[in-house]
Ligand binder design. Sequence first.
Ligand code: TQI
Ligand code: ZN
Ligand code: ZN
Length: 169
Amino acid sequence: HYSFFSNSPEWPDSQRNLTYAFSPENRLPNNTKAVFSRAFQRWSAVTPLTFTEIDSYPYADIKIGFFVGDHGDGEAFDGTLGTLAHAFAPTSGLFHLDGEEEWVVDGDITKSKSSTAIDLESVAVHEIGHVLGLGHSSVEDSIMYPSIAAGTRKTVLADDDIQGIQVLY
Ligand code: TQI
Ligand code: ZN
Ligand code: ZN
């Protein structure tokens, strides 16, 4: 079953057309940006929310960046595996990914020979759930379940994810 952060924080009614931007330090290729666009669409399809990329990182509601080790928010990344990414409850909008993971962007993760490869889109859909206010779910097929089998891809929202997000929005 789905859960929320304590006190169930959400983006307010006045802030439902959300903007996002990528850290200018990262200079991400378009195929990487497209992964995030697809991940946002999973959630916009089942809520009144919209997500639009803008160039201004400081003005964006949702701030996305890849960082290594200690990056100034008290939650240091730890190199390969372990913590992959984190996002903070509404309305922080911070969405950080561990720059030392072996991120699979367009490749087929199920064909990867590497035991440490992680599917970026799967993690992005999960972290956006946190950005929007979902906690973890006890339903194994859900996006918000707190673990994912190595070498797998999970990008389709389960009924449990949809029910949870539709309580908030
Ligand atoms: N990062 C954790 C996560 O996002 C951080 C975390 C732990 C957390 N407890 C939390 C965030 C409670 C919010 C509330 O879940 S992670 C997965 C999964 C991680 C794990 O790097 O462990 C995904 C990030 F589900 F695959 F295990 C993304 Cl998809
Ligand atoms: Zn961080
Ligand atoms: Zn999580």
